[in-house]
Design a protein around this ligand. Structure first.
Ligand SMILES: [Zn+2]
Length: 467
């Protein structure tokens, strides 16, 4: 069997994506090719590879809708609209199928099995039709949001490849760190905000071609717009760019972005990527994180706008660099990110947020949720360790993962003290950078401080503690 060369230097123990996509603005369609040089980092011999096709959640008949009824009007600004990801063919394989719970999984049967530490190269040709939707993947009034725009290799666990149906609660994404070279061809009037470091840009016949690279990241995203204005600043060697379409004080937004990159870098550990794009988009939620790119909703008031920039930047540490199981332990991602946001504002009091104020507002929101759910259902499930599908909606999800998560970290900090709390987070960052950390990896660092037993954490995550 002849395996075509992938062009990767193959010296890393990571997979490499070489992505080429072309955007047709009239058809609102991306046509592309993903050449994957897969590195088998599992302990098993593999006969197939699986990919999440997140774009298929936007189909008319999808089983798992990408937005809840509550957010539908905010998301579908033009009325109902649909998109889909279509795999046209896969080169260099023994066969492929699209199935899964919701047509969301591409399975590629390999021509020959690959053992641990072996590589395998395949090419996926696909199209992504975009819905008119203010979401991670879609055409909005001002931007083209390209989150999850290519078939994403499923992360591998003891049970095999992890399939992520598109639950509207939370971020149904788990992926492992890889390297990327991405080229997009698009109408010349567009500006591209991306996860990658710009490598080249050429223009001819009204079209331009932009290439980017990114190493050791668990995803790659872009946002396109013909309306972007941009301000940039270099901080600790990182080029932070703020792309905006509606902001009277772009320098203030940029400062919040650069100061938070500096603060989190000092407190947790260095930011790993050469650039960071903070991008204003039309978005049905407050914001969304991707490695080296964050989407910030245009619809936020000034306090929430700044808060969201800092929150999404904190995700560069807790999601982009240190991954976690966002399907089953969303608190580990959102709770810690919320607490890191609090720490930033506590140390940058000029923004007007205080530690006491943030903890108080999370606690009163949590108690209000608890009391409403108790009245409605008689009992309240307050377990933090549960699958995204087991949340009844955004209200429950937000209170259990963001608010209860933040309250838990504040109580831990009160118990262990500031110095041990900070050093536990630094150790957690260093030990789990570029990996997918378990809940035990996180609370294990606090147990090591000597002040807290495991049962303390379980009382939160299993829902026994009263707040
Ligand atoms: Zn978040």
């Amino acid at each position: 069997m002849f395996l075509p060369a992938c062009g990767n230097d193959a010296e890393t123990d990571r997979s490499n994506y070489e992505i080429y996509v072309s955007y047709d603005k009239e058809d609102k369609t991306l046509t592309g090719t993903v050449k994957l040089d897969y590195f088998n980092n599992t302990d098993n011999e593999l006969n197939d590879l699986k990919f999440n096709l997140y774009g298929n959640a936007f189909r008319e008949n999808s089983k798992f809708k990408p937005v809840s009824e509550t957010y539908k009007n905010r998301a579908y600004y033009n009325g109902e609209s649909y998109g889909e990801m279509t795999v046209k063919n896969v080169e260099n394989c023994a066969g492929w199928t699209v199935a899964g719970e919701d047509e969301n999984i591409l399975t590629v049967n390999l021509s020959s099995p690959i053992g641990p530490e072996q590589r395998y190269c395949l090419t996926i040709n696909y199209t992504l039709k975009l819905a008119d939707v203010n979401h991670r993947t879609g055409v909005t009034a001002t931007t083209v949001n390209l989150g999850n725009f290519y078939p994403v290799l499923c992360a591998y666990s003891k049970e095999g490849f992890i399939e992520c149906p598109y639950y509207y609660c939370g971020d149904p994404f788990i992926s492992e760190c890889s390297d990327y070279s991405v080229t997009i061809e698009l109408p010349a009037e567009y500006t591209v905000a991306s996860s990658g470091k710009p490598e080249s840009e050429t223009e001819a016949d009204g079209k331009k071609k932009c290439s980017y690279s990114l190493k050791n990241a668990r995803d790659f995203a872009m946002v396109l717009s013909d309306k972007f204005q941009t301000v940039k600043e270099n901080v600790n060697g990182v080029e932070v760019s703020y792309y905006y379409t509606n902001d009277n004080n772009p320098q203030i937004s940029l400062s919040a972005a650069t100061q938070s990159v500096k603060y989190f870098g000092d407190v947790f550990g260095a930011y790993a990527y050469p650039t960071l794009s903070v991008v204003q988009t039309d978005f049905c939620y407050g914001g969304m994180e991707y490695p080296a790119l964050t989407m910030i909703s245009r619809g936020l008031d000034s306090d929430n706008h700044i808060y969201t920039i800092v929150h999404e930047n904190a995700h560069q540490w807790w999601y982009a660099m240190v991954g976690s199981d966002q399907l089953n332990n969303a608190w580990q991602d959102e709770g810690l990110t919320e607490y890191s946001t609090l720490m930033f504002f506590e140390n940058n009091p000029n923004y007007g947020f205080t530690r006491t104020g943030i903890v108080k507002s999370a606690t009163s929101a949590y108690r209000a949720f608890f009391s409403v759910f108790q009245q409605l259902n008689g009992e309240v499930n307050t377990a933090m360790t549960r699958n995204l599908k087991d949340y009844s909606g955004e209200l429950e999800y937000n209170n259990i993962t963001y608010n209860k998560g933040l309250i838990m970290f504040d109580m831990i900090r009160n118990s262990v003290g500031d110095a041990k709390f900070n050093s536990a987070l630094k150790n957690y960052f260093n030990a789990n950078r570029y990996k997918i950390a378990s809940a035990e990896d996180l609370y294990g660092e606090f147990i090591k401080t000597g002040n807290l037993p495991e049962s303390y954490f379980l009382s939160f995550t299993e829902g026994k503690i009263l707040i």
